[in-house]
Write a protein that binds this ligand. Sequence first.
Ligand code: SF4
Length: 579
Amino acid sequence: MSTDTPQSPDTQKLTAFEKLKEDSRYLRGTIAEELKEPTDHFDKDNIQLLKFHGMYQQDDRDLRGAARKEGGGKAFGMMLRSRIPGGRMTSEQFLAELDLCDEFGNATMKITTRQSIQLHGIAKGNLKQTIKRINDVQLSTLAACGDVNRNVMCCPAKRADGLHQEIQDLSQDLAMSLAPQTTGYYELWMTDPETDEKTLVGGQPEGSVVEPLYGPRYLPRKFKCAVTLADDNCVDIYANDLGFLAVVRDGKIIGYNVLVGGSMGVTPSAAKTFPALAKRMAFVTPDQVIDVAKAVIMVQRDYGNREDRKRARMKYLIHDWGIERFRAMVEEYFGSPLQDCTPDDVSGFDDHMGWQEQGDGLWSYGLNIENGRLYDNEHRQLKEAMREICGKLNPNVRLTAHQSVIFCDLQESDRAVLEEICRRHRVPLTEETSTVRRWSMACVALPTCGLAITESERILPSIIDSIEQPLAKLGLDRDAFTIRMTGCPNGCARPYNSDIALVGKAKGKYTLFAGGALLGTRLAYIYKDMVPEESVTEELIGIFAAYKANREQGESLGDFCHRVGRDALETLAAEAPKP
Ligand code: SF4
């Protein structure tokens, strides 16, 4: 065993962050005191604890230079993320989030790559009111960020086959079973902003809360969980710390193959960090899922690295131990041996865009939202269209892991109404969106993400603009492949297993990855490093031209790049005729 992984928490020299969590009295810290102070931001320690409450303190980085010149400070604003298991919402909940982004946020709303919603730019003084209103519509921000199990992902499709409902129910059970128990969240945020009197308490007085699953230090690092069916990996299950892949026999779910240790995050300055796909660990029956999930979390809780946050994700524990030892420890915590995985594995990916019959006489419509950003401007009124669709048709709403929206349970007669609303607000229907745009996604990056090295969401649309025509000229405009972009190597848009990825490396420069897989089952390789923003289009067109000229029958872009390898791809890209 590597000495990198301590054998038990007792032998570890805890980081300051671990001590902060332990001393926080179950995530309370001095947040209540700071909320009363007339400042526009929080101090260092509470900033870390606030992540567990679903928020990051940020500032508008576009305004930093001007503020500095004028001798002013940062333009602070909080990013507030809701926890929405499987991305399932009502129209009322969706409308409430839209109202909040207009009232308290920066008037835009971001659908995340983990089926959540982020509001940006919320002033410290408006936090309580915003969080309370989110809870008023039965959503929560608790554990949307932080060293705990975060939003549980699940295939969001509405189907009357029994299978989808079953995995969606399971994702809800997982979310409830793995949620932190601290009442500190309710004490802090569920109080009347005017009177400061408690209007809702979690049931336990301060000081008596024990987190039976997490303990006082919570987990060593964030933890991500997903559930899906083998023929539809729309949640990118191999990118999660813990995945449950349903095994279906004769139209019924007989159990789940359990995948462990996936994670995209990398620290560029630390060679000891790497992206990893999950490993197949064991098969569990439906009644074992929750206890096995807890056992996995407890192993990571007790043996995960609390000395070095850069190596604290569960993937490093599994890397250092090996999957056999990890599984043996999970079995010990679970209390009995587990069965081996069945051969069932990921075999398809439906992004659920466009019109789909649910099988119960009703329809779903997947509307592609470019990079998940909802906004109104003089060209397009996305928020207005959403408001009208939710207000008039009252559909159930599902958020996808590709940052888009599915409107569910629509009548046949609703179809024309929905399309007319989109057209009137100049929102492109999915059918009018190019395949490459539909399968692309980008993280937030600048101006709000504090870790961003360079642009992502703000420039990907123009990169897509520049490759749509060349792809059409090459006859590749109907080929589905993923292009994902991030503003730093942290990997929020899951770049490392996509067909093509652009990962911010320096200001205006990207690492270009190729050779991942649409199914999310293979890591990409570095094709070129430090590619200037202005050369990205040319590099991509070179790859597309090489693919067109040299692909084998039925071969996908990612499979082609993987087969030929980096050096040959570079040569073929240079030689191939360009459109
Ligand atoms: Fe920020 Fe990096 Fe995540 Fe993008 S990938 S949102 S830049 S942390």
